[in-house]
Design a protein around this ligand. Structure first.
Ligand SMILES: C[S@@+](CC[C@H](N)C(=O)[O-])C[C@H]1O[C@@H](n2cnc3c(N)ncnc32)[C@H](O)[C@@H]1O
Length: 278
């Protein structure tokens, strides 16, 4: 039997043959009722196994309305358990469903492939085992940040890192571009905490940033609104005060460039750019 659902882009039909396992990973966006796309809705409704990880009750309710038998994967988190272990357990659970012949739809919050490791890994493993697997794009926290803070990453360029990774790998900072740091609320802690991390390691992050930026550089703690009609949290503060600020699991740090970059005259003349084009 072939299920047809109204969708754009690549047809669902070939993925929807009953008894053949398949995998589609979709995102809710940040404000589910506003951001969930028609295409994602169609896949959720047409799949016979829906597994999800979302961050709020409205998102959970919307998914349950579309697929009453949908199951949350958040039960796999454990207090103090390394998040990497949980992600692997999620991937195993997803693959079990696909191998069991289920047309499986995984729903993750935000963009399902942005700072969200299990979706990519599940797709890779499903494809390796010969199952059709794909991901649909969705609205991430960073997309909301661009809109709410009025930032165009094309203007002066942008770097974007997970905060602990950024420090652990001593990533090079270019102070002429914007810097976005994700997961500052779990900085230096790779385990899951229901209440969020204690943030007592944040001074370490601040010290690293202060190697490149002045301590009085104005930065922004950003939290996109997750419900329609609510305002985002946009808290501007001095970088040196970051460790004293309220930082939650939904906080993302935006650091604007500290100075402008200069055009390299030799390159400009080689490319034939007039001063006005630069
Ligand atoms: C595991 S990542 C998930 C990102 C998600 N897949 C996305 O597309 O936005 C979690 C991090 O995303 C960022 N984030 C999640 N919700 C957010 C929100 N409402 N506002 C700002 N940043 C958010 C924070 O940096 C948080 O620590």
């Amino acid at each position: 039997m072939i299920i047809r659902a109204s969708t754009s882009g690549r047809g669902m039909e070939e993925w929807m043959i009953e008894g053949n396992g398949s995998l589609v990973v979709v995102g809710t966006g940040i404000r589910t009722t506003e951001h969930l796309t028609g295409n994602a809705i169609a896949w959720i409704k047409a799949s016979d196994k829906v597994l999800y990880v979302v961050a709020d009750l409205v998102a959970e309710r919307v998914i349950k309305e579309l697929s009453p038998s949908a199951e949350s994967l958040t039960v796999l988190y454990g207090e103090g358990k390394p998040r990497g272990e949980t992600y692997h357990a999620m991937v195993d659970r997803i693959l079990d469903s696909v191998r069991g012949g289920h047309r499986t739809c995984v729903v993750l919050y935000g963009h399902p492939g942005v700072f969200a490791y299990p979706g990519h890994l599940a797709i890779e493993r499903a494809r390796d085992e010969g199952y059709p697997a794909t991901m649909l794009p969705a609205i991430s926290a960073e997309d909301c940040l661009f809109a709410d803070l009025g930032i165009d990453p094309g203007h002066q360029g942008m770097q974007s890192y997970e905060a602990s990774h950024f420090v652990l790998h001593r990533k090079r900072i270019d102070p002429t571009t914007a810097l976005v740091l994700w997961q500052i609320g779990s900085f230096g802690d790779n385990t899951y905490r229901r209440e969020g991390a204690s943030n007592h390691k944040l001074p370490f992050l601040v010290a690293r940033l202060c190697e490149e930026y002045p301590a009085d550089h104005a930065v922004t703690i950003y939290e996109a609104a997750i419900y329609i009609g609510c305002a985002p949290r946009i808290e501007r503060l001095r970088l040196g005060k970051l460790a004293e600020a309220r930082v939650t699991p939904a906080s993302t740090l935006y650091i604007p460039p500290v100075r402008k970059s200069r055009i390299d005259p030799a390159t400009a003349s080689w490319l034939g750019f007039e001063p006005a084009d630069r």
